[in-house]
Write a protein that binds this ligand. Sequence first.
Ligand code: FAD
Length: 420
Amino acid sequence: MPPDDTDSQVTVLGGGAVGLCTALELAGRGIPVRLIDRDTPGQGASMGNAGVISPFSVVPQSMPGVWKKAPGWLLDPLGPVTVHARHLPRFLPWALSFLRNGTSERVRQISLGMHALSDGSVDIYRQHLAGTGHEALLQDSCYVLAHRNPDTARDTGLDSELRRAAGARVEVIGDAALREMEPDLSPEFRAAVIIHGQARATSPGRLMQALADKLRSTGGEILKHEVKALRPGTDGGWQIECAGTTLHARRIVLSAGAWSARLLKPLGLKLPLEAERGYHLMFADPGVRLNNSVMDTDRKFVASSMEDGIRAAGTAEFGGLDKPPDPRRAEVIAKLARQMLPGLNTAALTTWSGIRPSFADSLPVIGEIPGHPSLYGAFGHSHYGLMMAPRTGRIMADLLNGAPPNVDLSPYRADRFGSV
Ligand SMILES: Cc1cc2nc3c(=O)[nH]c(=O)nc-3n(C[C@H](O)[C@H](O)[C@H](O)COP(=O)(O)OP(=O)(O)OC[C@H]3O[C@@H](n4cnc5c(N)ncnc54)[C@H](O)[C@@H]3O)c2cc1C
């Protein structure tokens, strides 16, 4: 047993936003923590996202009526969702479960589970960044949900009800006010629903780097290994088999994003975690500016001004964890971004793609994995991982510190799918 292998030590597997926030909270409570990632921490999905950080992220992906819109999305070449034919047999059960979660009753339950994970997210990030010199990586922002049809920009309906219940201040604005707020936005957009009181990351990648640096400076260890398998040890701990070495851990937090379920499968756990690929385009020297995070509500993508240009991000592509990116999806976003921002200079353009870890009920797994003592899960944050990571980290640290978290953890149980 290595000398630092104390009873309280925690090994965090996967250093995206969720793993980094968890490790930081543990280190902050004096718990010895090491974080393992195969790459530079935080440079996967947690780097490539749209940077939206909302304490009001309480509207699930599956909403009543989504089944009516889905066929149109799938058939539209510029649509927000693609499913690859070969992946259909695995995708269909997930899709059916996704639709079953879209009843008003389920949505209200799920929304409470989302609220518990997004509430206070901006404040916790600010606490993590305080004193690092990187406080400006988080900017106050509204979420501008931009509509072409003014009649669809409304503050009624289930989504508004959920946001209001979470304490959001929501406002509907017309053409003139939208022009004032976002002068570079296409005049095609004639109204917007504004969600106040959010933040946006001006460089999610640098934000992750700042969290990793803080973790090191507060005593956390960061190791670079590719984890191949997890095996129960003989002493109640775990063996972590990595490429070229085997490590021992007393307690593990599995936060390997979309790859988490694959590491659990050899233990007999079959979790329906989908790999939902998304894309972003960075337009360096864009020639236009956005003052807030802006969503095109028809095309379902988000654009935001960041440190190094304008980022347009979106698309849900279901093709399995190992399917390589499809450059055509990035081209779709380029076209949509030009529509959103007619003055956009597209000369200097880079593309990126990464994978969201998505369960059909829009909620992650959080907590000890039933039947596997000392193995904890913190993964499956789908479209919301940047915003839910800080609260998830706090809950995990409470759990591992023996303090009951002030949150009902039953919505996040790994056995809610009946397969554990
Ligand atoms: C286009 C796009 C836009 C998005 N926009 C937003 C947004 O605006 N706001 C928001 O909140 N969320 C957004 N999301 C979702 C968000 O980015 C994810 O939910 C979040 O990044 C997931 O974080 P994570 O820590 O769980 O996973 P990841 O960031 O994927 O981190 C997992 C880590 O585990 C490591 N790992 C995996 N397997 C192994 C292994 N075997 N051994 C060692 N290391 C391993 C990986 O290297 C990686 O660093 C967006 C996602 C996409 C794709």
